[in-house]
Design a binder for this molecule. Structure first.
Ligand code: CTP
Ligand code: CA
Length: 226
């Protein structure tokens, strides 16, 4: 593990990061997903490794190179991600939920490939478990970081999610802004904390956003390396 500039402020900590958009099966060959690229989550994993953490990366298929040194857990659906995260929660110190988890999944995925029939098809969807909210209910010592990608009323929604899910930090971005959100290598985020704090960051590389997020996590863990 490489620890840049001799700083190993996350040495001895276990950090679990989720990345990518979940895939909710319709039938064996089709799924419902979203525009998440996984880039923010992978940048977070690299940054946590650089700071000396033991990293578990729970990821959907993204096509991105796997961060060297991370324990990688491959999942596809929200249900699989839920299992992967819950079964490891007691053993970790920090969870960063950068994944874009589907809110609904097809109620009953077909066992065989669906054949086209009528002109219209209605697909019944049911809610997936809210992984972050469940972590918020179960958390003891863990630091929890959530993400909120919004198109409008960013602050209202982000603060509502921060409180409802009982997280320590909520990283919010307006995905309608150029240079923010899905697919790109940069992001424009505001970090809200549980004490009413609000830190607005300018446009920066996702690597740098990851670094700023871990600066805040480390403050909460009260672990500085200088
Ligand atoms: N999240 C999760 N499990 C879900 C849905 C969301 O863990 N089933 C997490 C995401 O990983 C993210 C945070 O919750 O860290 C906020 O996700 P978001 O989609 O913005 O919030 P929702 O509560 O799903 O609200 P909505 O989509 O209605 O805005
Ligand atoms: Ca959602």
């Amino acid at each position: 593990i490489e620890t840049g500039a001799g700083c190993s402020e996350l040495a001895g900590y276990r950090v679990l990061i989720t990345a990518g958009g979940t895939r909710e099966p319709i039938d064996p060959v089709r799924y419902i997903s979203n525009r998440s690229s996984g880039k923010m989550g992978y940048a977070l994993a690299r940054e946590a490794l650089r700071r000396g953490a033991e990293v578990i990366l729970v990821t959907t298929p993204t096509g991105l190179p796997l961060p060297e040194g991370a324990e990688v857990v491959h999942v596809e659906s929200a249900d699989e991600m839920y299992e992967a995260v819950m079964s490891r929660f007691d053993a970790v110190d920090v969870v960063v939920k950068a994944a874009a988890v589907a809110d609904y999944r097809p109620a009953a995925p077909a066992e065989q490939k669906m054949k086209k029939q009528a002109d219209r098809l209605f697909l019944e969807l049911v809610r997936t478990p809210d992984i972050l909210a469940e972590l918020g209910r179960r958390k003891e010592r863990q630091v929890l970081v959530g993400f909120a990608a919004e198109t409008n009323d960013l602050e209202t929604y982000a603060l509502d999610k921060l409180r409802r899910k009982n997280v320590d930090l909520m990283v919010a971005n307006d995905v309608t802004q150029t240079g923010a959100g899905f697919g790109v290598d940069t992001n424009i985020v505001t970090i809200f904390d549980g004490r009413g704090g609000k830190e607005t960051l300018k446009l920066m590389a996702k690597e740098e956003v990851a670094s700023r997020i871990f600066d805040r996590v480390i403050q909460i863990l009260s672990n500085s390396c200088d």
